[in-house]
Design a protein around this ligand. Structure first.
Ligand SMILES: NC(=O)c1ccc[n+]([C@@H]2O[C@H](COP(=O)([O-])OP(=O)(O)OC[C@H]3O[C@@H](n4cnc5c(N)ncnc54)[C@H](OP(=O)(O)O)[C@@H]3O)[C@@H](O)[C@H]2O)c1
Length: 365
């Protein structure tokens, strides 16, 4: 019998592509989404059984898991990720799920200054305890999708403002990250207990990435190494949820310290996902063709200038105050990835996490 696969965060960037690629391969898919909208209709039209539910609600998860043998766990970057994962794990154990793919992080570590990243590290460990289930960890780094967040200034003003320093990345597309999920979900016998880090095919500087968007847009795009303060003001001006603001600010420090360059690029997309990873030019062309912000119109130019003025007057999140007000658990020794000896030891130059770091407690029966 072909196993049915639950995809959480199915309306999201990697969840949507994971669900669609599984359906293309004729695997039955249960797609858990937060609400009904164009994305849930797309999933339904492609053949998924769509369940509307809340990751904070055990009944939603029980309904979502019913009749599923495998699952993709993707925690949204929102407050209380461990609460959501705990309910997911309880429902997975009750459903006697046989294999789980976890979208983790390349930065995953027990001492990382980001509470979200420390909780991702806990998920890597705890999901492995589910009786009878095996796990594959997809510990991808900084998505290519993140650069498209500044499409408006790139397309309208010719600038890519991001606080990346001189850090480098081999950015993977959402579709390539999903292809690795799919490879592991359909062949757990080959991938149980493994940790994979998908990347794009080339290690690039921020200006090389800006150049690719420039080629796709048909204009010069200059990388502008924004300050952390401007970055926080931009997140506030765009009304990004405060929890996400407080965590994203950490990841740009890792970027500046070149943590995403370590071991990149890898051959994981080809080896596990069965396809050639998309180049940054292919990725940039895709966003330019599909993002309305990329259209060079007068209205969009006015919107870009208006966003800039909103950013200048925005108040950046006071991250320390926010962490205190939310009573975030703190690490005793907060250390960014590239300065963390344990992380460096377990994240090899070959791009794979040292397998000694992954203990498969529950081999599938
Ligand atoms: N971005 C990066 O560079 C990067 C790098 C490494 C790892 N990651 C990891 O990637 C993961 C995020 O993956 P993604 O970008 O594919 O996800 P995403 O696009 O952010 O999607 C998350 C989805 O979860 C849904 N959701 C949020 N709260 C929910 C709730 N309470 N109940 C049900 N659904 C809920 C959201 O619904 P709505 O759309 O309706 O709001 C959204 O569709 C994170 O765990 C992050 O650590 C990201």
């Amino acid at each position: 019998m072909t196993p049915k696969i639950l995809v959480t965060s199915a309306a999201g960037k990697t969840g949507m592509s994971t669900a669609l690629q599984l359906l293309e391969k004729d695997y039955p898919v249960r797609a858990l989404v937060r609400g009904k909208d164009a994305r849930s209709r797309l999933l339904h039209k492609a053949g998924a059984e769509v369940v509307v539910g809340d990751l904070h609600d055990i009944d939603s998860l029980r309904e979502a898991f019913s009749g599923c043998q495998r699952a993709y766990w993707c925690a949204p970057v929102e407050a209380h990720p461990l609460h959501k994962m705990s309910l997911f794990a309880i429902a997975a154990a009750e459903a006697k799920v046989e294999h789980i793919v976890h979208l983790s992080q390349w930065l995953s570590a027990s001492s990382h200054p980001s509470v979200a990243t420390r909780e991702v590290w806990m998920m890597d460990k705890i999901l492995d305890w589910i009786p009878g289930a095996t796990i594959t960890i997809n510990n991808t780094g900084w998505f290519a999708d993140n650069y498209a967040l500044v499409m408006l200034p790139m397309a309208q003003l010719g600038m890519m403002p991001m606080p990346l320093g001189d850090g480098r990345n081999a950015p993977p597309s959402n579709e390539d990250i999903a292809a690795v999920n799919v490879g592991a979900l359909i062949s757990p016998e080959d991938h149980a207990g493994q940790t994979y880090r998908p990347t794009g095919p080339a290690l690039l500087t921020p200006q090389e990435i800006a150049d690719a968007f420039g080629r796709a847009l048909g204009r010069t795009v200059r990388y502008d190494n924004a300050s952390m303060k401007m970055f926080l003001k931009a997140l506030a001006a765009q009304k990004r949820p405060e929890f996400a603001q407080s965590q994203l600010a950490h990841y740009v420090v890792d970027y500046q310290q070149d943590a995403f360059a370590r071991g990149a690029p890898t051959d994981v997309v080809e080896r596990v996902g069965g396809r050639q990873p998309q180049t940054i030019d292919e990725i940039a062309r895709h966003y330019v063709q599909t993002d309305p912000d990329a259209r060079q119109t007068l209205i969009n130019k006015v919107r870009a200038l208006s966003l800039l003025s909103k950013i200048f007057v925005a108040t950046p999140l006071d991250r320390e105050k926010f962490a205190q007000s939310r009573e975030f658990p703190m690490s005793r020794t907060p250390t960014y990835a590239a300065k963390d000896d344990v992380w460096l030891e377990t994240h090899q130059e070959n791009g794979e996490r040292n397998s000694a770091n992954v203990t498969v407690i529950n081999a599938a029966e």
